[in-house]
Design a protein around this ligand. Sequence first.
Ligand SMILES: Nc1ncnc2c1ncn2[C@@H]1O[C@H](COP(=O)(O)OP(=O)(O)OP(=O)(O)O)[C@@H](O)[C@H]1O
Length: 222
Amino acid sequence: MTGLKLIDVSKVYGTGSSRFVALSQVNFEVEESQLVLVVGPSGSGKTTFLTIAGGLQTPSSGDVLINGQDITLLSQKEQTKMRLTTVGFVLQAYNLVPYLTVKEQFDLLEKVKTNNLSEKQFNSVLNILGIKELLFKYPDELSGGQKQRVAIARALFADPEYILADEPTASLDTGRTMQVMNLLKRLAHENQKTIIVVTHDLRLEKMADKVYQITDGKMKKV
Ligand SMILES: Nc1ncnc2c1ncn2[C@@H]1O[C@H](COP(=O)(O)OP(=O)(O)OP(=O)(O)O)[C@@H](O)[C@H]1O
C-alpha cells in the first residue's frame, strides 16, 4: 500500500497555562504520484504538520501511515532509516552545512546513502534549478533564493519516494517559483514521487492535484 495518511492527528505543545493545540484532529491523505498543497497563514500549524507527516516529530495522538506502516510505532533507529531512504525534506532553514561547498553537501549525502540520482538526472536537476555554477561556493556566499534551490536539489538528489517541502518557494521570484513548482509536478506525474508542499502562497494552488487548507491547526480539503 502506497501513500501517506494522517488519521486524527493532534499536537499539543507545552502544559498548563502554556498549553497550545497546534494541530487538532487532522485527517490528511496523499496518494502516490500526487502533488498536494497545504495552504495556511503564518502560525496555522503548517510546519508542525509537515514535520509530523515525515516523522521528524511525534504527534500527541493519532496515526501517521507511510506506505501502510504506522511510523509512530517504529523504533528511533527504524524512523531514522525511513527518513533517510523514503522521505526527503526541504525545510525553511535550508539546513545546509556551513563549512561545506554546495558540491560537498551532495558528496556528504553520497557517503551515507546509496541509490541517489544518476549523474545525468542530477545534472538535469541542477540545470533546471539554475545552480550548476554555484557548486564550489559556500552557503554564506549564496543568496536566500540560491540556498533554497540548493536545499531543493539536495532533497531530490537522494531520490526519495516522498518529498516534503516547507515554503520551498518563499525566497524565489515568480519565474523561479513556477520553475520549481513545474519541476515538482513533473517529478510527481512522471517519476511517481509523492509530494507535499506547505505554503501561505495561494498562487501555487493551480499547480496542485489536491489542496488542503489549514487554519488554527484544523485541516480541511478544498
Ligand atoms: N516547539 C513549540 N513549542 C510551543 N509552541 C510551538 C512550537 N512549535 C510551534 N509552536 C506554535 O504552534 C503554532 C503553529 O506553528 P507552526 O510553525 O507549525 O506554524 P506555521 O503555519 O508553519 O507558521 P509559519 O508559516 O510562520 O512558519 C504557532 O502558534 C507556534 O507558535
